[in-house]
Design a protein around this ligand. Structure first.
Ligand SMILES: NC(=O)c1ccc[n+]([C@@H]2O[C@H](COP(=O)([O-])OP(=O)(O)OC[C@H]3O[C@@H](n4cnc5c(N)ncnc54)[C@H](O)[C@@H]3O)[C@@H](O)[C@H]2O)c1
Length: 436
């Protein structure tokens, strides 16, 4: 294999949160094309606009990366890096539809000697057994002989400007040492050589699947003790702050666990357990607990509303602050705030939602909800629930937020602060302030 990097022409297939920053980073060192089947996305990127707001306009415009949705434009490439979605279906089973479609497309244009690297999150075995098979059948070539497979899981985190694709350690694995060496050189060029060469492709696939499953379980533990501690009458945040002073206590916070990684990857790991006949005790236990947090929190909020209004079955006007799956990003996929909102509505409350980052039209399209386009100047809310700790809300401060509440001498208004953002601040009189 020729390790001379000048011979390589790369296509990144799938230009989303993962593929787009990767394509731009690699294009600083190699000829790179970015391919996506979404015409609108390609057209926006070609004009320098990343609607995910991961790559700034100036960087896209000055990049040598070309964006296309035309397969003819990528036929000359000899390395394909696949970064398409790997979600779960309605039964929480891995949905490999996009991965298979992208692989079939590559099979149609495959040449001898080409390398296909998968970055999409998968369960162990998918790259070689499923994608390798699709490539063999589509091209008539032999995997590991005529073309070569690699796997390099992506670890970036939407909106995280500290742990970017250019400064985090990349796991690399390939079918043979030559390909692994080549990929080490390629990826190493853009991330300062922070490469860990995994033993083989299955090992790298498994490493990714357990990273997020581990986080899920840890957060689930904290969510469970939150429920327990609430019954005891103490706050989980206060307890965790105290326990966190021990040198080996792990730091996790309670709350809604959404997104398309932590909320999805455990199901990929569970699929492995099913396939090999292993009865897992723990992997999905956390998911079940975390998936119920929206409903649980809504129940707490409803209880405080009844207490504040001094009646049972009180109906309140509630403002939920934040809709995205985490702070300071516009990603609404798999947000668990929707569970909270739906549960509050089931209690009969009227719910308004504001988010400074979520795109109003997207929320309407995917969830059928009308977001407030701005924070109302006069609120008149009985209760405000802080669901996502966006910087906007931190900057506003609890004093300004509390102005949106309506209360009188007979009844208190409520701030339910899921993220415990204001737990050390002085609250206005007549505000019942609660956090997990
Ligand atoms: N978003 C993250 O922070 C993150 C982090 C680590 C790993 N991952 C994993 O990376 C993969 C990609 O995630 P993402 O968040 O970038 O997804 P995304 O939805 O943001 O982007 C995927 C892109 O792939 C395109 N696409 C779909 N099918 C295609 C096909 N057949 N051919 C070409 N393009 C196609 C879509 O149009 C979309 O633009 C997933 O497996 C995900 O689990 C994501």
């Amino acid at each position: 294999m020729n390790l001379d990097l000048e011979n390589y022409d790369i296509t990144v297939v799938g230009l989303g949160y993962v593929g787009m920053p990767l394509a731009i980073a690699l294009a600083k060192y190699f000829p790179v094309k970015g391919f996506d089947i979404n015409h609108k996305r390609v057209s926006e990127l070609s004009k320098g606009w990343d609607s995910n707001r991961e790559v700034p306009q100036a960087q896209i415009r000055t990049s040598s990366c070309n964006f296309t949705d035309n397969i003819d434009d990528i036929k000359g490439s000899n390395i394909y890096i696949v970064t398409v979605p790997t979600p779960i279906d309605e039964n929480n089973k891995p949905d490999l539809g996009a991965l298979s479609a992208a692989t079939k497309m590559i099979a149609d244009i495959l040449k001898k000697g080409d390398i296909i690297v998968y970055e999409s999150t998968v369960y162990p075995g998918v790259t070689e057994e499923i994608c390798g098979d699709i490539l063999e059948r589509g091209s008539g070539f032999k995997s590991g002989v005529d073309f070569f497979l690699g796997y390099s899981p992506e670890r970036i985190n939407p909106g995280d400007t500290e742990h970017t694709v250019e400064n985090i350690t990349k796991i690399i694995a390939a079918q043979n040492d030559d390909v692994a060496d080549l990929l080490t050189k390629i990826y190493g060029s853009m991330n300062g050589g922070r490469i860990f060469k995994a033993k083989d492709i299955k090992t790298a696939e498994a490493a990714k699947a357990i990273e997020n499953a581990q986080r899920d379980i840890n957060i689930a533990f904290v969510n469970e003790i939150t429920m327990l501690l609430n019954k005891v009458g103490v706050s989980a945040y206060d307890v965790l702050e105290a326990a966190g002073t021990k040198w080996n206590f792990l730091s996790f916070s309670p709350g809604l666990v959404g997104g398309h990684c932590i909320g999805v990857d455990p199901y990929y790991l569970a699929e492995t357990a099913t396939k090999v006949g292993h009865k897992s005790e723990l992997i999905l236990a956390g998911r079940k607990l975390n998936d119920n947090m929206g409903e649980y929190i809504a129940g707490r909020v409803d209880r405080y509303i009844n207490r504040a209004k001094k009646v049972s079955n009180a109906k309140a006007k509630i403002l939920v602050l934040g809709f995205t799956f985490k702070e300071n990003i516009n990603d609404i996929r798999n947000t668990k705030v929707i569970d909270l909102v739906n549960s509050l509505k089931e209690f009969g409350h009227e719910v308004d939602i504001h988010d400074p980052h979520a795109v109003v039209d997207d929320v309407k399209e995917f969830y059928g909800l009308d977001l407030l386009s701005s924070i109302p100047s006069k609120g008149g809310y009985d209760c405000i629930v802080l669901a996502v700790a966006h910087q906007t809300y931190k900057d506003m401060g609890v004093g300004n937020i509390a102005q949106l509440l309506a209360y009188d001498d007979n009844s208190k208004a409520i701030i339910y602060d899921i993220k415990a953002l204001w737990r050390k601040e002085k609250m206005p009189d007549n505000v019942l302030y609660k956090y997990l």
